[in-house]
Design a protein around this ligand. Structure first.
Ligand code: MOS
Length: 734
C-alpha cells in the first residue's frame, strides 16, 4: 500500500505498456467476422449540384457489395441540439440529404466492399457529373451581414461579446496608438490516428467503435440520426490516437458507416477556420492601456454556424477601462470548421499578444514590463475576482529560467556562434471549468480497485490520472487499479474537450470512492467474523487501504480485502456525481489557467535559415496531479505552436476551391528536427474553487500565446513583422 500520495507525483502512463506493445485497440483495430469496408466518393467541385452518378462500372467490380448514395442510403434523420451540452454537431446536415455540393470533398456516395482496397477502387470508379456554381474561398474575410445575435455551435451569441467604457473615444484620444490586422490561416488537425468507424448492427442494437472525444454526445446524436432509443446505441472508444478537437463532435463518415452497416449487415473532419483580427490599443506614454478593441472575423461553411471565439480571453486578460470585443463571420465554400486545440483563445491570443508586443516596442518598454503594468486585480469584464491567477509568477520564473534580463532590444543586436538571435515572449490564458461527471469506484476482495467513467483518454493521460485519483482515496497501488473508460455503458463522463476532464473528474471519483468506503465500513461492522462487529460505522476510519477503529489509530487496522473476504463479499461499490461549472451564467469567480512563453530563434540571413532554438514555458494550471504527464502536454502544445507559427496552413485553391494540401505530405507540421529543448515549469498554486485538489486542466493552454512569442522573436532577430501566419521564408527575405 502506498504511504505517499500518488497526487503530484510524476507517474508514467498506466496504459503505456498496452500502447508500446501494440495491444491497445483503436477504432479501426476492431475486426469482426464479415466486416465490410466503406470508402466515400468525394465531390470534386466546391459549389454546385450533383446531377448524375454513374455507378455501373463500380458495382461490377469484384468484392463490391453496394454503392450507396442519396437514393438508396435509407433515411438518416437530422439531429437537433438538446438542452444544455447535448446533441452537438458542427456539420449538421445528414450526409446525402440533398444534391447540393457546398464544399470540395463533400461526400456524395459510398462504396462498400469486402476489403478496403476494393472499396477504394470502387469509390474511384464512380463517375459523378456536376452542375458547377461559382465558389467562394476568398481568403480576405469581411464579416457577412448578420444580426447582432447569431447562432453558433452551442447557443445564440451576441456579436458584441464584451464592452466596457467607451473604447472608441478612448482610442481616439490615446497618446499612443496601435491599429493592426492579424491573420491566422485555416489549420487542419491531422492527428496520427485517422478518422474511422466500425459499426455493428445486431437486431435493433447498434454498437460503434469510434475514435471519439465524447462518447455520450456521439451516442445521443446517432440515436437521433437513426431514430433509435439511446439505450440501443453503444459507443466504444478505448484509445484515441489524438484528437486536438477533430474528434470532439460527430462527423458524416460515422453516420455513413452506420447507414451502410444497417443495410449490409472512414478524412474530411473539420479544421480551425481562418481568422482576420483587427486589434486597436490605446495607451499612455508610460504604457498603461486606456483602450482595447478586438474585432475579428472567422470563415465558416455555407450551412453551419461556427464561431471561433477569438475574444475568449481578451476581455479579462488586461486591466483596461475601455474595451470592446466583437465578431463577425464570412461564409465560404469550405467544410464546417470545428474546434482545434485551444479553439478561439489560440488565434485570439496570437493577435492580442502580438499587439501588446508591438506596443511595447513602440513605447520602448520591455514586453514583460508592459504586461506587469497592465495586470488586472480582478476580472474586469465580469467584475468578479479570479479564483487563482498567477500570471506574473509565470513571467518571473520564465524570465529567470530564460535569462530574459540579458536581452538587448535593438533588432539583430544579439549574436551567438555567428547566428543572429531573436528573443520574444507572450502570455497566455485558457478557460478552466468542469463538465458534469459521474464515476464509479469498486473495492474488491483481492485488494484491487476499479474506477470507471465514460470519459475518454485522447492520449493526454486520463487513464493514469483516474488511477491516481482512485489510489489517493483508496490506498490501492496504481498497478492494482483497473481503469475503465470510453464506453457509453459506463457512468456518464465528460467530453474530452476544453482541457476539462481532469478538473471535472476529481469530485466525481472522490465521491464515488467515499461511497464505496462507506459501504465497506458498514460491512465491517455487520459481517459475521469481522473484527469490528461490535462497532458502529462511525467509530471506524479508512486510510491507506486499511479499516481501523478511530480511537485506536491506524496501527491496529485491517486491510479492506480482509474485511471483504471475511464477510464473503466480492466487492463494494460507490457512485459519485459532480455538477458542471461550465456555462454558469453567474459565476462567483473567474476561473482560468495562465502562462508565459519565452522563445529564442536563430537567424542566418546568408542562407535564410530560421530556427526556434529554445523555449521556456511556465504554466499556472492549479495543482499539477502528474507533473510528467503535465509536462508532456505542454511540450506537445509548444511543438504544435512551432507548427502554427512557422508551418501550418491549409490552402484553398482559388480555381477549384479544393484544399490542395489535404494530406500529411503537403500539410507541414513541426517534426523532431524543428523542435528545440523545451523547458516547462509549473508554478503549482492549487485552485480551490475548481475541486478539492485544486487541479485545473492542462493541454490547450500550452498552445495559446506561443505563436505571438515566436513572431516577436522573429521580429527581434530580423526586423520583419509578420502579421499573417505562418511565417514564411519569403516574408523574411523582404
Ligand atoms: Mo479540444 S479543441 O477541446 O480537443
Amino acid at each position: 500500500m502506498p504511504t505517499i500520495s500518488p497526487i503530484g507525483r510524476s507517474t508514467p502512463r498506466v496504459d503505456g505498456p498496452l500502447k508500446v506493445s501494440g495491444r491497445a485497440q483503436y477504432a479501426s483495430d476492431f475486426h469482426f467476422p464479415g466486416t465490410l469496408y466503406a470508402v466515400p466518393v468525394e465531390a470534386t467541385i466546391a459549389s454546385g449540384r450533383l446531377v448524375k452518378l454513374d455507378t455501373a462500372a463500380a458495382q461490377k467490380m469484384p468484392g463490391v457489395r453496394a454503392i450507396l448514395h442519396r437514393d438508396n442510403i435509407g433515411q438518416i434523420f437530422r439531429s437537433v441540439q438538446g438542452p444544455g451540452f447535448e446533441g452537438i454537431v458542427d456539420e449538421r446536415r445528414p450526409p446525402f440529404e440533398d444534391d447540393v455540393v457546398r464544399y470540395y470533398g463533400q461526400y456524395v456516395a459510398l462504396a462498400v466492399a469486402d476489403t478496403f482496397e476494393c472499396a477504394k477502387a470502387a469509390a474511384d470508379a464512380v463517375r459523378a457529373t456536376y452542375a458547377k456554381d461559382k465558389h467562394n474561398v476568398d481568403p480576405d474575410l469581411q464579416a457577412d451581414d448578420e444580426p447582432d445575435v447569431v447562432a453558433t455551435t452551442f447557443a445564440p451569441t451576441k456579436r458584441v461579446q464584451s464592452e466596457r467604457g467607451d473604447a472608441g473615444s478612448a482610442f481616439a484620444n490615446a497618446p499612443v496608438k496601435l491599429d493592426q490586422i492579424y491573420v491566422t490561416p485555416t489549420e487542419t488537425h491531422n492527428p496520427i490516428e485517422l478518422q474511422a468507424t466500425t459499426a455493428i448492427w445486431d437486431d435493433s442494437m447498434l454498437t460503434i467503435y469510434e475514435e471519439s472525444q465524447g462518447v455520450f454526445n456521439l451516442q445521443g446524436v446517432l440515436a437521433q440520426m437513426f431514430g433509435l432509443p439511446k439505450e440501443n446505441v453503444r459507443v466504444v472508444t478505448r484509445f484515441v490516437g489524438s484528437g486536438f478537437g477533430s474528434k470532439l463532435w460527430p462527423w458524416t463518415h460515422c453516420a455513413l458507416a452506420v447507414a451502410a452497416a444497417r443495410q449490409l449487415r472512414k478524412q474530411t473532419v473539420g479544421h480551425r477556420p481562418r481568422t482576420q483580427q483587427r486589434v486597436r490599443l490605446g495607451a499612455t506614454t508610460e504604457g498603461k492601456l486606456v483602450s482595447l478593441q478586438h474585432d475579428y472575423v472567422n470563415h465558416h461553411s455555407m450551412l453551419d454556424n461556427y464561431h471561433e471565439d477569438c475574444g475568449e480571453a481578451t476581455a479579462f486578460h488586461y486591466s483596461v477601462p475601455n474595451l470592446r470585443v466583437t465578431f463577425g463571420r464570412a461564409r465560404r465554400n469550405v467544410g464546417s470548421p470545428t474546434p482545434m486545440r485551444g479553439p478561439g483563445a489560440v488565434p485570439g491570443l496570437y493577435a492580442t499578444e502580438s499587439a501588446m508586443n508591438e506596443l511595447a516596442d513602440q513605447l520602448k518598454i520591455d514586453p514583460v514590463r508592459l504586461r506587469v503594468l497592465n495586470e488586472p486585480k480582478i476580472d474586469e469584464s465580469l467584475g468578479i475576482p479570479f479564483s487563482s491567477r498567477h500570471l506574473l509568477e509565470c513571467f518571473e520564473l520564465g524570465a529567470e529560467k530564460f535569462g530574459w534580463s540579458k536581452r538587448t532590444p535593438e533588432i539583430g543586436s544579439m549574436k551567438r556562434d555567428g547566428l543572429t538571435l531573436g528573443w520574444g515572449m507572450a502570455g497566455c490564458a485558457w478557460l478552466a471549468a468542469r463538465f458534469p461527471a459521474e464515476a464509479n469506484v469498486q473495492l474488491r476482495d483481492d485488494g484491487t480497485a476499479r474506477v470507471a467513467s465514460g470519459t475518454q483518454d485522447i492520449g493526454t493521460g486520463t487513464y493514469t490520472v483516474l488511477a491516481q485519483l482512485a489510489s489517493e482515496k483508496t490506498g490501492v497501488p496504481l498497478d492494482k487499479i483497473e481503469v475503465a473508460l470510453g464506453d457509453t455503458s459506463l457512468p456518464e463522463g465528460p467530453t474530452s474537450g476544453g482541457s476539462m476532464v481532469t478538473g471535472s473528474m476529481v469530485p466525481a471519483v472522490f465521491e464515488a470512492a467515499d461511497k464505496a468506503i462507506e459501504s465497506l465500513l458498514t460491512i465491517a461492522t455487520s459481517g459475521p467474523g469481522s473484527p469490528f462487529q461490535k462497532r458502529k460505522p462511525t467509530d471506524l476510519a479508512f486510510e491507506g487501504g486499511r479499516v481501523f477503529v478511530k480511537a485506536d489509530g491506524p496501527a491496529g487496522g485491517v486491510p479492506f480485502a480482509d474485511v471483504l473476504r471475511r464477510a464473503n463479499v466480492r466487492l463494494v461499490t460507490g457512485s459519485g456525481k459532480s455538477e458542471a461549472t461550465f456555462g454558469n451564467p453567474k459565476p462567483k469567480f473567474s476561473t482560468h489557467s495562465f502562462g508565459g512563453h519565452f522563445v529564442e530563434v536563430t537567424w542566418q540571413p546568408e542562407i535564410a535559415r530560421l530556427r526556434v532554438s529554445r523555449v521556456v514555458t511556465v504554466i499556472d494550471a492549479g495543482r499539477i496531479l502528474n507533473p510528467l504527464a503535465g509536462r508532456n502536454q505542454i511540450e506537445g502544445a509548444v511543438v504544435m505552436g512551432i507548427g502554427m507559427a512557422l508551418f501550418e496552413y491549409t490552402s484553398y485553391d482559388r480555381q477549384s476551391g479544393a484544399p490542395i494540401n489535404s494530406n500529411l505530405a503537403d500539410y507541414v507540421v513541426a517534426v523532431n528536427a524543428d523542435v528545440p529543448p523545451i523547458d516547462v515549469h509549473f508554478v503549482d498554486f492549487p485552485d480551490k474553487e475548481i475541486n478539492a485538489l485544486g487541479a485545473r486542466g492542462i493541454g490547450e493552454i500550452g498552445l495559446a500565446g506561443i505563436a505571438a512569442a515566436i513572431t516577436a522573436a522573429v521580429h527581434h532577430a530580423t526586423g520583419v513583422r509578420v502579421r499573417e501566419l505562418p511565417v514564411k521564408i519569403e516574408h523574411l527575405l523582404g
